[in-house]
Design a binder for this molecule. Sequence first.
Ligand SMILES: Cc1cc2nc3c(=O)[nH]c(=O)nc-3n(C[C@H](O)[C@H](O)[C@H](O)COP(=O)(O)O)c2cc1C
Ligand SMILES: Nc1ncnc2c1ncn2[C@@H]1O[C@H](COP(=O)(O)OP(=O)(O)OP(=O)(O)O)[C@@H](O)[C@H]1O
Ligand SMILES: [Co+2]
Ligand SMILES: [K+]
Ligand SMILES: [Mg+2]
Length: 535
Amino acid sequence: MERAVRRTTTLFKHIVCRRSLQMSLREYSAGIIVIGDEILKGQTTDTNSHFLCKHLFTLGVKVKKISVIGDDLEVIAKEVSEFSSKYTHVITSGGIGPTHDDKTFEGVAKAFDDDICPHPEIVELCKQFWGANLSSPKMKLAMIPKSARLEYGVNKKTGEKNKFPLVVVNNVYIFPGVPSLMERSFIALEDLFKNPDAHFYTEEIYVQQDEVSIAPILNEVDEEFKVDVTLGSYPDFHNNYYKVKLMLESSNPEQITKAATALKNKLPNDIIMGVYENCEQTYSDKELAPQHTESIVNYDSQPIVNAADRVYKLVESCSSDDVYGNNVQKAVSVLEECLQKYSLDEICIGFNGGKDCTALLHLYHAVVKRKYPGHQGKLKALYIKSKLPFPEVEKFTQISRDKYHLEMLHFEGRIKDSLGQLKANHPSIKAVIMGTRLTDPYSSHLEAFSMTDADWPQFMRVNPVLHWSYGHVWKFLRDLCLPYCSLYDRGYTSLGSMNNTHPNPLLQYVDEHGVLKYRPAYTLSDPTKERDGRN
Ligand SMILES: Cc1cc2nc3c(=O)[nH]c(=O)nc-3n(C[C@H](O)[C@H](O)[C@H](O)COP(=O)(O)O)c2cc1C
Ligand SMILES: Nc1ncnc2c1ncn2[C@@H]1O[C@H](COP(=O)(O)OP(=O)(O)OP(=O)(O)O)[C@@H](O)[C@H]1O
Ligand SMILES: [Co+2]
Ligand SMILES: [K+]
Ligand SMILES: [Mg+2]
């Protein structure tokens, strides 16, 4: 939501986007109608339209309009009728449950001057699945427009025909509102929507300056190429590496290249962080993620996808006098040794969103991927929440959990007590991988494998980055374009709780408007001052 709102309030709405109607290509359009009082009342958040837009785009279908309406017969009929005449496909979600307030089938029937009546095939299915007799509320599911046809679709994983059909009237596809059901059903039926001619070319340019300062350039390029190329500008306030992503899109490969070249020539060179060219999307069912070619500058927008290749390449290509490279190598071999000694079930990584464990998590992920290429299970991560955690830290741990597919073992309170609970609740865990370095307090005596102290719950502490310097951690994170907690971009150099952690005073400066600001953590030149913001 937040992101969508931001987009519409920014420059993009002033750049009118048009794409040429190349006559050789047939354009497929779609309109989405989200139906349900609960959405208009703010009791449910609509995620279905977002899901549909994303998938339809990859199928070569342009969504032209999304409408959200209540469970009102007249309104449904009017909207369906209008959408049906305007767009190639109309997709509705919601309002097909067994209760009185669900009116979508009736509304669609009305839109086409049709009536609803029991459909024998669905009546049969209702009997089979729910033992429903003709008077049971479930039978409402069988009351569909007379002119409807049924589309079963195929489960892509099992190859089997779906058990329950989708109801379709003319070009109107009537999906359930429950997101999991809608998504499953849509994926099984997506071939119905696909545009066989679609062939979009995209190019992404990542820029390190805010939108306002580049707006005149965007307007110029848009003006020149708008007939053939769509230019979008998407700011990201939380990214550690860029401020705006520019997205060009066209079905004409020559024109998109010309537009992108014009844009790159006009933008100051030093603000371009990364360029992905020819991210051609052909609409196979395989992957939603765009197939990127390598960025021609250095920003990697998908650092986790190739984690193992990148990490091992770094390790294999490093020379003997490269201290940083050797430290990465050492970390990888400690992790490999850890995986020899313990099974994945016996290991968790201590992950609290800090920089050291963020670098470590990426290494651990890479080493696991290399050792177990087909591994589908989740890596375990231990997160002991402090009394007053920073919201930025909380957010970052959640983002990391999703990106690296972690199973989070959550605890709250004192670390020692939490480790006692870890032992009790997860008896299989024997080793905790940690981002501790020799320069951390009370850590100068540690080794790669050190048991916890005698008066602590007993775990093997595995310390792969023990010999890394402060600078090495930042070099690793930044060189590989890894996401890290946003507090580090605002002058924090080590993170504890909100009550004992401040930005590092050494990074303070006064900007041109006289405002006190902090430089990012990776610019700290004296590493012995890493904890100067802690008390
Ligand atoms: C898994 C784990 C094991 C730990 N084992 C010990 C230990 O054996 N002895 C000890 O004094 N502290 C131990 N600690 C505490 C850490 O040394 C350190 O005090 C804690 O991570 C807070 O670090 P900070 O002050 O940099 O935020 C452990 C912490 C964790 C997460
Ligand atoms: N609350 C915690 N929950 C889980 N693991 C923790 C916790 N605190 C510390 N650890 C582990 O101990 C390591 C050392 O802690 P430390 O605070 O020095 O590093 P960090 O949090 O990764 O980064 P920073 O030094 O910037 O705060 C972490 O990398 C992590 O592996
Ligand atoms: Co640290
Ligand atoms: K924008
Ligand atoms: Mg910390």
